[in-house]
Design a protein around this ligand. Structure first.
Ligand code: PBG
Length: 338
C-alpha cells in the first residue's frame, strides 16, 4: 500500500504537528450583557454560564478577559425603558454607553471594545430599526438613528461598532457619520450575513427582547447562500473593516464563501442557541461538553473565520491557556481605583 493516511494520525505528537487549525484566545471576542437597575449580576436562565452584568461586574469580566488574553469583548445593553424611536440609543447616559465606557477604562488598551450598534435593545417594539406609518421597519430613517448612535458610542470610547441591524446601506451611513464627526479610527464590524435564525432564542431572554413577530424582512433567509456573497461585497464596498457571518455553526458554508471573497478579516458569531444546545446536552450527559465546545469552535475556524465571537471565550482560555503571561493586567493602574 503506497498511501496510509493513518500514519499521520498514529500518535499525538504527529497529530499536533500536522494539525491545520489552531485556536487562540486572542482571536476570540466575548459578548457581554450589561443591565440597568440591578445591583448584582444575574444568570440568564436559558443560557448556562452567561450573566447579565452590572457596570461594576462588567469591569471585573473585562479585567479577567485581559488576563486571559482575549481579543476583545462586545457589549450589549439592557435598558429599563424603551420607546418606539429608541430615544436612548444615542444617549451617553444609557446603560450601553455606561457599560462601554467602563469596559474601555477597565481594558486599558489591552482589548478591543466593541459596542453593539442596533436599535432592538432600545425600541419598545423590539425591531432593529424605527417603523414607518404602516408598521414596517423604515430602512432609511433607521440609518439616521444609527449614525447618531455610532457617533455617541465613539464618543464614550468604543474602538469598534458591531452593526447588527441588517439595514441596507448601514455600513456606508455609519462610516460617513463617524468620519464627519472626526472618528476616523473607530472601526466597523459589519454583520454582513446575518440570518433570520431560530438560534437567537436565549439572546432574546438575555436582552429581555419585546419583539413580536420576526425579523424576516431585514435578516437573511436561511435558504440562501448567494445573497450572503452579495452582502459581503456590499459591506466591503461601503468600507467595512471586518465582515461577520452569524450564526456560525449552521452556516459554515457561508463562512467559507465569505473567507474566499473577503479582503478584510472574517468573523463568525457562535450564537446563544448554538451555545445553549451544547451546554444543555453536556449538562444531561448526552455529550462531553468540553470536547464538543472545542470541536464546534474549531469548525468555525476551519471554515475560514479568523475571529470568533463566542460566549465560551473565557471558558476556552481558562482550560487551554491557564496563565497568559503575554498580557497581564493591573486593574488599579489605569482603571478607576475600586
Ligand atoms: C440583534 C441581535 C441579536 C443577536 C445579536 N444582536 C438577535 C436578533 O437578531 O434577534 C443574537 C446573538 C445571539 O443569539 O447570541 N441586534
Amino acid at each position: 500500500m503506497t498511501h496510509r493516511p493513518r500514519r499521520l494520525r498514529s500518535h499525538r505528537a504527529i497529530r499536533d504537528l500536522v494539525a491545520e487549525t489552531h485556536l487562540a484566545p486572542g482571536q476570540f471576542i466575548l459578548p457581554v450583557f450589561v443591565k440597568e437597575g440591578i445591583d448584582s449580576p444575574r444568570p440568564i436562565a436559558s443560557l448556562p454560564g452567561v450573566m447579565q452584568h452590572t457596570v461594576e461586574s462588567l469591569r471585573d469580566v473585562v479585567v479577567e478577559a485581559v488576563a486571559a488574553g482575549l481579543g476583545g469583548v462586545m457589549v450589549f445593553g439592557v435598558p429599563t425603558t424603551r420607546d418606539p424611536e429608541a430615544s436612548q440609543c444615542d444617549d451617553p447616559s444609557s446603560i450601553l454607553h455606561r457599560g462601554v465606557s467602563a469596559a474601555v477604562e477597565a481594558a486599558a488598551g489591552n482589548l478591543v471594545i466593541t459596542a453593539d450598534l442596533c436599535l432592538d435593545e432600545f425600541t419598545s417594539h423590539g425591531h432593529c430599526g424605527v417603523l414607518d406609518e404602516s408598521g414596517a421597519v423604515d430602512n432609511d430613517r433607521t440609518l439616521v438613528r444609527y449614525q447618531s448612535m455610532a457617533v455617541s458610542l465613539a464618543e464614550v470610547g468604543a474602538h469598534m461598532l458591531g452593526l447588527s441591524g441588517m439595514m441596507d446601506g448601514q455600513v456606508a451611513a455609519v462610516r460617513a457619520g463617524l468620519d464627519e464627526a472626526g472618528h476616523t479610527d473607530t472601526a466597523v464590524l459589519a454583520y454582513s450575513a446575518k440570518y433570520a435564525s431560530a438560534f437567537y432564542g436565549p439572546f432574546r431572554d438575555a436582552v429581555e427582547s419585546t419583539l413580536e413577530g420576526d425579523r424576516a424582512s431585514y435578516q437573511q433567509d436561511p435558504r440562501n447562500r448567494l445573497e450572503a456573497r452579495r452582502e459581503v461585497h456590499l459591506d466591503l464596498d461601503e468600507g467595512a473593516d471586518i465582515v461577520m457571518v452569524k450564526p456560525a455553526l449552521s452556516y459554515l458554508d457561508v463562512i467559507s464563501d465569505a473567507a474566499a471573497v473577503s479582503t478584510v478579516p472574517v468573523a463568525a458569531y457562535v450564537v446563544s442557541g448554538e451555545t445553549a444546545m451544547i451546554e444543555w446536552a453536556g449538562e444531561q450527559g448526552i455529550l462531553e461538553r468540553e470536547a464538543a465546545i472545542d470541536e464546534a469552535l474549531t469548525s468555525v475556524r476551519r471554515a475560514g473565520a479568523s475571529i470568533v465571537c463566542t460566549y465560551w471565550a473565557l471558558d476556552y482560555a481558562r482550560r487551554h491557556h491557564p496563565s497568559n503571561p503575554a498580557k497581564t493586567s493591573n486593574p488599579t493602574e489605569n482603571g478607576r481605583p475600586r
